[in-house]
Design a protein around this ligand. Structure first.
Ligand SMILES: *[C@@H]1O[C@H](CO)[C@@H](O)[C@H](O)[C@H]1NC(C)=O
Ligand SMILES: *[C@@H]1O[C@H](CO)[C@@H](O)[C@H](O)[C@H]1NC(C)=O
Ligand SMILES: *[C@@H]1O[C@H](CO)[C@@H](O)[C@H](O)[C@H]1NC(C)=O
Length: 267
């Protein structure tokens, strides 16, 4: 701006004052600055610059309504899954409407999945251990092992007698109870984790035992094929868009055929 005469002075002074005032004013409004800073920070979050369309706004509103309702309910009952051990919270989480909506929503990637721990263990119990030629035995330390074989494998020092599971189930008093015990052998889940797992080594040891136990079920060609398929299906149902599987590619025993060995062929 060019100012060339004394007559312009008052106008200039006024302008300077106005600028100074507005500067002073904005510096004074701490609340505004704070709000602005918070907004800027919010926009730095993942998806912070995403602008929702009308439908998305509506969906978000509904989701938030459910979330607030669940939080209010938790404050009333004092049952708040995020504050609990996962084993105790899991069944509550699965009942949560918010969780079930999140479950349907697309996820990015599931990384670092070990090939031997990616399926619902319930499926191993209810499906795989019911397949023909599945044998069970117990090591001297009482750890169970499985093997698909025909005929029944010979006993060794490493394991008690191999028993066909079909026969074993006929002998147990309560099959449901037995299957539940298998599931307890296949997972870390327990009612009282803080009592059972007193330190890291105890958990780690059980963790490794599980893999030792289930590997005989998984590393059998017909099961392995279904296992991989089923795993992908489960991740697909959780709307996971990408899986990264870490496989050791351990040997997989070939399919057994329930036909005489002369016409034996590998599937
Ligand atoms: C096990 O699963 C396979 C496919 O994954 C299916 O064909 C079969 O019928 C199931 N068997 C049992 C006993 O559920
Ligand atoms: C078998 O065990 C299950 C689970 O523990 C139990 O619910 C069921 O009543 C038992 N059945 C019999 C016949 O005892
Ligand atoms: C594993 O299974 C065996 C046989 O059914 C059972 O005696 C044992 O209690 C189970 N282990 C656990 C940790 O439940």
């Amino acid at each position: 701006m060019l100012v060339d005469g004394p007559s312009e002075r008052p106008a200039l002074c006024f302008l300077l004052l106005a600028v100074a005032m507005s500067f002073f004013g904005s510096a004074l409004s701490i609340d505004e600055t704070r709000a602005h800073l918070l907004l800027k920070e919010k926009m730095m979050r993942l998806g912070g610059r995403l602008v929702l369309n009308t439908k998305e706004e509506l969906a978000n509103e509904r989701l938030m309504t459910l979330k607030i309702a669940e939080m209010k309910e938790a404050m009333r009952t004092l049952i708040f899954p995020p504050s609990m051990h996962f084993f105790q919270a899991k069944h509550l989480i699965e009942r949560s409407q918010v969780f079930n909506i999140l479950r349907m929503m697309p996820k990015g990637a599931a990384l670092h999945l070990h090939d031997i721990g990616i399926v619902t263990m319930d499926w191993l119990v209810r499906n795989v251990t019911y397949r023909p030629h599945c044998h069970i035995c117990f090591t001297p330390r009482g750890i169970m092992q499985f093997r698909f074989a025909h005929p029944t494998p010979r006993p060794s020092e490493k394991c008690s007698k191999w028993i066909l599971l079909e026969d074993y189930r006929k002998r147990v008093q309560n099959v449901t109870e037995f299957d539940d015990s298998l599931l307890r052998n296949f997972t870390l889940v327990t009612q009282h984790p803080e009592v059972i797992y007193t330190n890291q080594n105890v958990v780690w040891s059980k963790f490794e035992t599980i893999f030792f136990t289930i590997s005989g079920l998984i590393h059998y060609a017909p099961v392995f094929r279904d296992y991989v398929f089923r795993s992908m299906q489960e991740f697909y149902e959780d709307n996971v868009l990408y899986m990264e599987i870490r496989a050791r590619l351990l040997p997989v025993s070939p399919a057994l055929l329930s036909v005489p060995p002369t016409s034996f062929a590998l599937a």
